[in-house]
Write a protein that binds this ligand. Structure first.
Ligand SMILES: O=P(O)(O)OP(=O)(O)OP(=O)(O)OC[C@H]1O[C@@H](n2cnc3c(O)ncnc32)[C@H](O)[C@@H]1O
Ligand SMILES: [Mg+2]
Length: 200
């Protein structure tokens, strides 16, 4: 008998889901996005990445009855004291409007020289075995780089076109998806959880 464990991925972000689909190919596990299971997005009222990740994971686990994996992430810019940070998805006002968010970010950094355009992506993952799981598994990852003066590249999502990975000299939108997953905040966080996910 082959036992397959289903896990709900508690995200409504198509870019994140595409990355998870590549990262999470594991025999014996089936990952389903929350939208496929009729789970709506909830309000992210937390004041920290970990609180929001838990809110999202708990909601999806409660509605579906499945173990759940949530991601709360954002871009933290040194010269802006860590903004947009927790509010990255809604920086320019409308949730998920990447073009408007990038335009606002570039305006906020207008005139700031390259040496002061350092930034990092942060990702917190929360894995819940069930909605009332008292010991959620948490993992975090960071990816340091620099904000460019104009977008470059067609891949990825969100702020990827203005985030330069200084190691490769490419933006996150120019990297091929496998390379982004290997070095990104999300990829690093998931590597820590991989063991626990496989053991579900
Ligand atoms: O909450 P869910 O439904 O997962 O989707 P979301 O897009 O609202 O996700 P977050 O609340 O975690 O907000 C994270 C935002 O940070 C940005 N972001 C996070 N990871 C990113 C990445 O790998 N590349 C580019 N932008 C990223 C992007 O703007 C995301 O919308
Ligand atoms: Mg969100």
């Amino acid at each position: 008998m082959c036992h397959v464990t289903r896990i709900v991925v508690a995200s409504g972000n198509a870019g994140k889901l595409a990355e998870f689909n590549r990262l999470l190919s594991d025999a014996g596990l089936e990952f389903v996005s929350q939208r496929e299971l009729g789970v709506d997005d909830i309000e992210e009222t937390g004041l920290t990445f970990v609180e929001n990740a838990l809110l999202k994971a708990r909601h999806a686990a409660r509605v579906t009855g499945l173990p759940s994996l949530a991601d709360d992430s954002g871009l933290c810019v040194d010269a802006l004291d860590g903004a947009p940070g927790l509010y990255s998805a809604r920086y320019a006002g409308t949730h998920g409007d990447a073009a408007a968010n990038i335009a606002k970010l570039l305006r906020a950094l207008d005139g700031v020289e390259d040496a002061r355009r350092g930034a990092y992506f942060h990702c917190t993952l929360a894995l819940l075995r069930h909605p009332d799981d008292p010991r959620p598994l948490i993992a975090e990852g960071e990816w340091r780089g620099r904000i460019l003066h104009a977008p470059r590249g067609e891949g990825g999502f969100g702020y990827d076109p203005v985030f330069l990975d200084t190691g490769t000299g490419l933006t996150a939108a120019e990297l091929d998806p496998t390379t982004k997953n290997r070095i990104s905040h999300r990829g690093l966080a998931l590597a820590q959880l991989q063991h626990a996910v496989s053991a579900l």
